[in-house]
Design a protein around this ligand. Structure first.
Ligand code: ZN
Ligand code: ZN
Length: 364
């Protein structure tokens, strides 16, 4: 089997053993991809993991593509009857204590449970593959660097395009076009372009609002390259923005830098959050910082670990984190600055420092 897949699967099998389980049905698309490099999504197949075997069950739509790059050690079954085949596989693998991902839809759970022989137990497994996925291996870090790189180039190319008089949607469309030009496969969420009063909405998807002189524009975007995504935010100024927004920008910028500076293995997710939040609170905007400081990124846009006040996660070498403090003032506007950071052996690597964090002012 391909070395990195072999390692992922053996880690999962060890974890199952520790939990006194001898099999797992994997339904979630990103988890199937993580274990087998299958490109179908959630609902396009299932993976059965046993003590010493792994089988991917999917249908003919994926057969041609997947057969040509079938990892050694993954057994492939082609059928539309995923769940019947999964149960037959569980029996063939002699699994007696079977688990499912805790977010498996109830109807799928119920269907499989009905088919399973009575002597096989079937229990929810708390996030297990998701926890393994938090620490990225070298092949994943390579893909994440490529994704961040493409996004950095596209954003820098976008800047001359932005001006007063065009709409948020035009900006989002142009960014999408540039991302594809730099090799991105697809966006991982609808690109956020929130200008003027709309920038006070942390998740303001692009609309037909026209960008005006005096607006700040928050652009939050993530694009996949080789299956892994970026997640970046910059807030820029168009024309003359108010002194208060300039001050808020400087505060968020410093909070972002302070939080990044403390990133290293062993520090807790709540500590990173506290560093950013304390700085913003000391400068009077604590109540306007209404979300957590960051999250993991990988096959999914939102993964562990969590960088929040309630987080009990501890940073480890190989984590990929966002650091994204923000301040949002209703009616006035908001500022968010988000970088993608790899936790290294003795500190961090910033994948997104190719985009300046000094306030970019575009002449209106
Ligand atoms: Zn983001
Ligand atoms: Zn984010």
């Amino acid at each position: 089997m391909t070395k990195h897949l072999e390692l992922r699967i053996s880690k999962l099998q060890k974890l199952l053993k520790k939990l006194n389980l001898d099999g797992l049905i994997v339904y979630q698309g990103a988890n199937m991809k993580y274990l087998t490099e299958f490109n179908g999504g959630t609902g396009d197949g299932v993976v059965v993991v046993g003590v010493d075997s792994v089988r991917l069950i999917t249908d003919a739509r994926y057969e041609e593509d997947y057969k040509t790059r079938l990892p050694e050690g993954v057994d492939l079954k082609i059928t539309r009857a995923y769940y019947e085949e999964a149960v037959a596989t569980v029996v063939a693998f002699q699994i007696k204590k079977l688990a499912f991902e805790s977010d498996l839809p109830y109807n799928v759970y119920d269907y499989i449970d009905e088919l399973l022989p009575a002597d096989i137990s079937f229990d929810a497994l708390p996030a297990a593959i998701e926890v393994l996925r938090e620490v990225k291996d070298d092949s994943e870090l390579t893909a994440l660097r490529k994704a961040a790189n493409a996004s950095v180039k596209a954003f820098n190319d976008l800047l001359p395009y932005i001006k007063a008089g065009i709409t948020e949607r035009q900006v989002a469309n142009e960014l999408d076009r540039l991302q594809k030009h730099y090799g991105a496969e697809k966006a991982s969420f609808d690109t956020i372009v929130a200008s003027g009063y709309r920038s006070a909405l942390p998740h303001g998807e692009a609309t037909d609002k026209v960008i005006e002189d005096g607006d700040v524009v928050t652009i939050d975007f993530g694009y996949y390259v080789d299956g892994y995504t970026s997640d970046i935010t910059r807030t820029i100024a168009v024309g003359n923005i108010s002194d208060e927004l300039k001050e808020v920008y400087a505060i968020v910028h410093q909070a972002n830098k302070n939080a990044i500076e403390v990133v290293k293995p062993g520090i807790s997710g709540s500590e990173v959050d506290r560093v950013a939040r304390d700085y913003i609170t000391e400068h009077g905007y604590g109540t306007a910082y209404n979300h957590s400081t960051g999250h993991g990124v990988g096959l999914d846009i939102h993964e562990g670990p969590a960088l929040s006040a309630r987080s009990s996660d501890e940073l480890q070498e190989g984590h990929l984190l966002t650091i994204e403090p923000g301040v949002y003032l209703s009616g006035l506007g908001g500022v968010r600055i988000e970088d993608d950071i790899i936790v290294t052996k003795d500190g961090y690597e910033n994948l997104t420092d190719g985009i300046t964090k000094d306030l970019i002012i575009i002449e209106a």
